[in-house]
Design a protein around this ligand. Sequence first.
Ligand code: NAD
Length: 525
Amino acid sequence: MQKVLVADKINEKGIEVLDGVAEVVNNPEITPEELLETIDQYTGIIVRSRTKVTKEVIDKAENLKIIARAGVGVDNIDVNAATDKGILVVNAPQSTSITVAEHAMGLILSLSRKIAIADASVKAGKWEKSRFMGMELRNKTLGVIGMGRIGSQVVKRAKAFEMDVIVYDPYITEDTAKELGVRITTLDDLVENADVMTIHVPLTPETKGLISKDELTRMKDHAIVINCARGGIINEEDLYEVLKERPELKAGLDVYENEPLEDSPLATLDNVVLTPHIAASTKEAQRDAAIIVAKEVKEVINGNNPSNVLNVPIVDSETLQQIKPYFSLTQKLGQILVQTASPNIKEVKIIYSGEITGRAKEPLTRELLKEFLNPILTEPVNSINAKSVANQRGITITEGETDKNGKYDATIKVDVITENGDEFTIEGTVENGDVKVISVDDYDINLVVENLMAIIKYVDLPGTIGKIGKILGDYEINIGEMKVGRKTAGGEAVMVIKVDQEIPEEVATKLEETKDIESVKTLNL
Ligand code: NAD
C-alpha cells in the first residue's frame, strides 16, 4: 500500500477519507530534519501552514506524486520546485467560502443592529436602549462587488433575509446572475443605491482602491460597507475620513492594508466593527479543507486527475516541442483579450491552423484561458483547471481547426462573443520567434506584439489618422509603429499602434470622443 504523510494537524474526517486507500502516517509534529529523512517513502503529503515543503525536501522526495495543502495559501510549499519535479500541488480554495460569507453576514448584522457597540455599553454597566436604534435588512438592497465563490454564498444568505441584491462584477454572465436571482449593475449604481455594500473581489491592480473617497461619499446616509476580501480594496484613510464625518455610515472590516492592524484611527470610531482577519477561521472550514484535499490525494493514488491543481500538468515531450513556440502567442492573445474584451463574455472560440492542430490544441487553449482568467480571479488559474474554471463561470469554450493560412506555419484565431452579441476577433502567429497580430476583427494587420499598444477602430475618411496622431502628439505620446486595415475605402477601419509611452485613460477617452473614432482599446502586455 502506498504511504501518505499527514505532516500537520488536520481534521480526522480527512484522514478517514484515506482509509483502505493508503497507509496514513499521522505525524503532525514532524520536525524538518525528520521530514527530510523520511520523505522518500511517501506518495502523498498533506500539510497546513506549519510544515515547510522546501526545494530541499522536494529534491529528496523520490516517490512523491502530490503535495496537498489543507487550506488555501501555499506560501509554505515551493510550487516551482514541485512543478519541476512533476509533483502536483493541490489546495482547497472552496473550503472557506461559506465560512467567509457567514462572517460577512455577521458583520452586517453587527452593524445594522449595533450589536458590538451595544455589547460594549452593557458590559460597561449601562442600559442605553434609545442609543441603539437599528435597521432591518428586509427589503433593503445589498450590493455585492465580485460574485465569485464567496460573493455568491453571501447572495444566498442575503436572500434569506429578504434583501434585494444587485451585483457589480463585469466578468460574470447574465445567466449566472439569473440563476442567483440578482441584477447586474454598474459600480456607480451599486455605490449609490446599496443599503449594504460588501466586497468579494481579489486584490489586483484594478481593484486596489476600488472604493475610495468618491465612492464612499456617494453612499446612502445610513449605508453599511463590508470588506472581508483583502486590505487595500477600500482606501482606509479615505474610509476613516468619511466615517468620522458621517456617523450614520458604518463599516465592518476583517482585512486591512497592513496586518496586524496597529494604532488605526478606525479603532476609535463607534460606527466601525473590526475583526482580526478571522473570516475564514471555523472548524467546519478546516474540516472541509481536510476532506477536500484527502479526496484529491485519493484520486492521485487511484490514478485519476485531481481538480484543484495549482501547478502545470505534464505534456508529452513530442507535443511540447511542437507547441513550445506558440505558448507565448497564446499568452499574449489571452492578455490582449482580458484587456480589450467587453464584459459578460459568453463564448470563446479558438481556431487553430497549421502545425498546431490535433493534439496540440488542448494545452494551448488551456494556456490561453489561464492568461485570460488569471487577472480576474483570486485563486491561481492554471493549465489544468483553466477549462473547468471557464465553464463554471458560464463561458462556453469551443476549439476548431481550419486550413493552413498559406503564409504562416500556424495561426491561432480567437473570437470572443458577449451576451449582447458583441464580437471581438484577433488572430496571431509566430514568425522568426516574434509573436505577431495578423488580423483584428478580420481586418488584415501585420504587427509584432510589444508591451504598449492600442487597437483603434475608426471611419476611413481623410484626416482621421491625422487626428489620432495629433491627439497622441499633444500628450507627448510617440507612435513607434502603425498598421491599418480596411475592407472598403470610406468604411470602417482598424489601426493597431505601438507606442513608446502608456496611453492614459483620459487620452483614450479624448480619442473616443473624437468624430469618426469608434473605439480605443489600450494594451499593456
Ligand atoms: P473568486 O475568485 O471566486 O471571485 C472573485 C470575483 O471577483 C470573480 O467573480 C471575479 O469576476 C470578480 N472580479 C474580479 N475583478 C473584479 C473587478 N475589478 N470588479 C468587480 N468584480 C471583479 O474569489 P473568492 O474565493 O470569492 O474570494 C473573494 C475575496 O475574498 C478574495 O479577495 C479573497 O482573497 C478573499 N478571502 C478572504 C478571506 C478572509 O479570511 N477574510 C478568506 C478567503 C478569501
